[in-house]
Design a protein around this ligand. Sequence first.
Ligand code: FAD
Ligand code: NAP
Length: 314
Amino acid sequence: MSEILDLAIVGGGPAGLTAGLYASRGGLKNVVMFEKSVFGGQITKSSEIENYPGVVEVVTGLELMEKWPEQAARFGVKQEFAGVKRVSKTDTLFDVELEDGTLLKAKSVIVCTGSNPKKSGVDGEDEFYGRGVSFCATCDGFFYRNKEVAILGGGDAALEEALFLTNICKKVYIVHRRDEFRASPATVQRVNKNDKIELVLNSTVKKIYGDVSGVNGLIVVDKEGNERDLQVPGIFVFVGMKVNNEVLLQNDGSFLCEMSKGGEVIVDINMHTSVAGLFAAGDIRAEAAKQVVCAAGDGALAAIEAIKYLETLH
Ligand code: FAD
Ligand code: NAP
């Protein structure tokens, strides 16, 4: 791969896969998409999707994404299992440095690195990660069959995954620091109707405790300072997402392009960043709606714009 790429796509989630499809189907010959983990992105960890247009039945994230890489590959985009360490620009070309040290040149780049779960910072979260503390209900829910579990958070992810866990577990506590949820009203309504869910509101987690075999429970504290011991072997943390912007960080500590205060890439309405030839799409960009359909739309638009940009170089 020593030739100059027309387009490098960093990340193979909904945004990256759609960018790959549109770029290669739009006539670009030398397009490579780099994915360091799972083609399909973070949605592959979700247990239920019911809001992707045209997909009427409720499907898992893995089912939704299963065919996307195959469809993109049909038009010629190369899909590489590799992490990108850094994207930088010298003159008109981009340097794409892979985590294994390989250095590639590209005429244009679309960054679609998405986001990852945030940690809550609760005492015991790190100590018991993988031993009772999880960030993925689809992956780990089965370990708690017919047992009680707790969920931390009050957004769409927390409530939807709580509903999923009620199919497996005896009881699900949702521990949330306020008495109002950030999740959509329809999801809140389903949660309120589910008698396997107990809401522990206006409460924070003081600590997660356990022993060598794993988690034994968590201590929650309400606004009045009353403590409660929830004796559960499993705790699922869904307290939001943090964007993966490290690939744009330069050696001098600055970012390659203009970023928001929250570390997201600022783009215009056509997914152009402040650097010519560099585009961003999906959850990584500022003001993203953080939906699969929106990430896919961003990816399509970024690819269309990358094609136009490459035409200006001729
Ligand atoms: P991502 O899906 O995050 O994909 C980014 C990809 O880039 C990842 O595969 C990552 O491994 C890769 N990557 C990152 N850094 C690098 C690097 N340096 N080198 C190479 N590869 C890299 N949305 C909905 O519309 N409906 C839902 O029901 C829904 N449910 C959700 C449930 C959960 C539990 C979660 C966490 C999210 C949910 N979402 C849902 C949101 C949706 O998953 C995201 O909005 C969407 O996946 C964003 O797509 P993306 O391509 O921008 O990023
Ligand atoms: P989110 O919407 O940011 O919600 C995070 C929740 O965690 C909030 O309720 C927040 O409380 C709480 N929280 C944050 N930090 C905390 C901490 N340190 N300790 C305790 N609680 C903490 O995150 P998300 O649910 O992961 O969703 C991320 C994005 O993906 C959203 O835009 C969401 O709409 C989208 N998404 C969509 C779907 C869907 O379309 N069906 C499904 C999942 C996710 P406060 O409310 O008090 O701030």
